[in-house]
Design a protein around this ligand. Structure first.
Ligand SMILES: [Mn+2]
Length: 242
């Protein structure tokens, strides 16, 4: 049994080559000894379909595949920017796509994993847009269009709709505490790990008579970031690198 590592919000794209390099280095240097790597959404800054074969994407998929091929578990959750990651991507990268929310046992502790955008329930406009963008009808129409048109459409949506666009944390509302507690109760957990808000922290609070933890992952920059490491003992630590 080996440690589990958790990351999110890398926002990789060909426009951020330094962050792509940082991620490839992370896989080789930090993640190499881990038994499993969870990526909790927004691995990519945008995903317009599994048929996108730009050089940066191909390079990232190859690195993921290499990681997964060495007998490690690679688990990827959709974020609000890469929710179109599909089965072809999963096959090529050697990963398993996770639903959001997802509950599992890590280090012996029942843990709830989410991207985090569902927790920002005060942002009604965003939640409405989310519903529309994820509806089967919208997705079917979108992926049937030529790739050039999809690139253009994605750029337009991002211009129009608040967070869907911006990397500035100030534009992303924070989580609603009642919504956090509801998800934790529904999933029978006292440990929640999520990203999305770009507000890395550990929040501790009382939930139904015992202490609950909410670990927020850090978004990735050009030179540095952090990840969560869960030991087989259940101990969870934040480690910096870069
Ligand atoms: Mn996000």
């Amino acid at each position: 049994m080996a440690d589990t590592l958790i990351i999110s919000d890398l926002h990789l794209s060909q426009d951020r080559p330094a962050t792509v390099d940082l991620f490839l280095r992370f896989l080789q240097e930090q993640a190499v000894g881990a038994g499993a790597l969870y990526i909790l959404g927004d691995l990519f800054d945008a995903w317009i379909g599994d048929d996108n074969d730009s050089p940066a994407i191909v390079r990232i998929i190859e690195a993921l595949r290499q990681f997964a091929d060495s007998d490690r578990q690679l688990l990827v959750m959709h974020g609000n920017r890469d929710f179109l990651l599909g089965t072809q991507f999963a096959e090529q990268a050697g990963c398993k796509l996770l639903p959001d929310p997802y509950t599992c046992t890590l280090g012996g502790i029942r843990t709830l994993l989410m991207h985090g955008d569902l927790l920002c329930s005060d942002d009604l406009e965003y939640q409405e847009a989310r519903k529309l963008l994820r509806s089967p009808a919208f997705i079917k129409d979108f992926v049937s269009r030529p790739i050039e048109q999809r690139i253009q459409l994605a750029a337009e949506y991002r211009k129009r709709s608040g967070e869907v666009v911006s990397l500035k944390p100030a534009d992303i509302m924070d989580v609603n505490q009642q919504t956090v507690e509801r998800y934790m109760r529904e999933n029978g957990t006292h440990r929640l790990i999520h990203g999305h808000t770009h507000r890395p922290a550990l929040h501790q609070f009382e939930l139904d008579g015992s202490t609950a933890e909410r670990h927020v992952l850090e978004d990735w920059h050009e030179q540095s970031s952090s990840y969560l490491r869960i030991a087989t003992s259940g101990q969870i630590t934040r480690e910096n690198f870069g």
